[in-house]
Design a protein around this ligand. Structure first.
Ligand code: SF4
Ligand code: SF4
Length: 387
């Protein structure tokens, strides 16, 4: 099933603007330090956009992030206006994305996002038992019920909005039902990741494994039915099989393909590092410190001692410095949980891929073997978006 693929380490093309470290929620697994609330000024946002445009005249992604970015929607509006002005001066082709907890989504923002083509990614953990265990508001109340109508509004206006799920040890048993719930609400792009910082036991991993087995069957049925359904754990592992040895270089690239901009204008290689000044790679006033950027990038690229002889290292996410940082506090150290997770997921994804390949599933072949598919898919999704 292998397919060749190139590797091109280029300039950063996505700038994640951390508009604030403040949030209207208090998720139990949140890693954002909100002890000292900061808000990005428009001047800093402008400088970040200028920096992005100085480094690239091509497609530039601006991602609005937090805390909760919709707490400062005026700043989003102003920044988008400024990017449009830059675009007119041929100083970059900007496209936009926001990652939100959804609590402040309303008609006004949906209209704005439709007009300016802002891609909305929603954080949501699935069924009530899973979601409300962790995603609570400032009064300690689960946000599932409040979000129900927001989910309907989002998916009716943006049928291809992705949803980002976090799985915890005590919510692993709800994973399959949570994915099926989000699917039933209309979501077709589901990105689930583990809370690697949590305390996972062997039993939790067994539960997770059986959930992936169930989801494998669900994914199989949807794919055979020609449904365009993405479930990140399977997509990533199937892609790692098909891309072969080039796979590990197509991900992460810490600080090269995306840069995080903190509210105070300091630059970081990824979202997990924001606020940790030892990992800063410059600021919006003086630009990217290339030497520092390269040092962090190279350090992340080094083969981890614990992984040197592992037969699946080319297909493993242990190169993700951001994930390593979250789980172990170091970009060079892989958490045992991540290692176990890779080992349990890979055979399930491989069996699934083999089944779909043997069935000659057209959707599977298109998705994983047609290099043009992501582009064609995007055009198709844009055409179906309801304004
Ligand atoms: S919505 Fe995001 S930023 Fe806000 S508390 Fe939850 S995880 Fe943290
Ligand atoms: S599976 Fe474990 S040992 Fe193998 S590369 Fe991944 S993290 Fe390293």
């Amino acid at each position: 099933m292998a397919k060749g693929s190139g590797n091109n380490v280029g300039e950063a093309v996505h700038y994640t603007l951390h508009l604030t470290n403040n949030c209207n929620m208090e998720c139990k697994y949140c890693y954002v330090d909100d002890n000292n609330i900061q808000v990005m000024s428009f001047d800093t946002a402008k400088k970040a956009v200028d920096l992005a445009s100085k480094n690239s005249k091509d497609s530039i992604g601006i991602i609005f992030f937090g805390g909760e970015p919709l707490l400062h929607r005026d700043l989003i509006y102003e920044t988008v206006e400024y990017c449009k002005w830059k675009d007119k001066q041929s100083q970059g082709m900007f496209h936009f994305k926001i990652t939100t907890n959804g609590m402040l989504l309303d008609e006004e923002f949906m209209n704005f996002s439709a007009k300016e083509n802002i891609f909305i990614a929603l954080s949501h953990d699935g069924i009530k038992e899973a979601h409300d265990s962790y995603r609570i508001d400032r009064n300690n109340i689960g946000t599932f019920d409040t979000l129900s109508d927001k989910l309907n509004m989002l998916i009716s206006r943006r049928p291809y909005a992705p949803v980002l799920m976090v799985v915890n040890p005590d919510t692993a048993e709800f994973l399959a039902r949570s994915v099926e719930y989000l699917y039933s609400k209309g979501f077709r792009y589901i990105i689930s990741s583990l809370n690697y910082a949590a305390n996972w036991t062997d039993r939790d991993m067994e539960v997770l494994k059986s959930q992936y087995e169930m989801l494998g069957q669900f994914y199989f049925e949807k794919t055979i039915a020609e449904d365009k359904f993405y479930l990140s754990p399977f997509e990533v592992k199937i892609s790692s099989h098909i891309s072969g040895d080039s796979y590990c270089h197509e991900r992460c690239e810490l600080g090269k393909k995306q840069i995080s901009v903190a509210p105070d204008g300091l630059l970081y290689p990824c979202v997990q590092f924001v606020g940790e000044k030892d990992f800063s790679i410059g600021n919006v006033n003086t630009g990217i410190d290339r030497e520092r950027q390269e040092t962090i990038y190279s350090s992340n690229e080094e083969e981890k001692v614990s992984c040197q002889t592992c037969s699946i290292r080319k297909r493993c996410n242990h190169y993700c410095g951001c994930m390593n940082k979250q789980s172990t506090g170091s970009i060079n150290k892989v958490s045992p949980i991540q290692c176990s997770h890779e080992r349990l997921l890979l055979p399930i994804a491989d069996r699934l891929a083999e089944k779909l390949y043997k069935k000659k599933s057209a959707m599977f072949i298109q998705k994983h073997y047609n290099d043009m598919f992501p582009m064609l898919s995007l055009i198709e999704d844009s055409g179906k978006r309801k304004l």
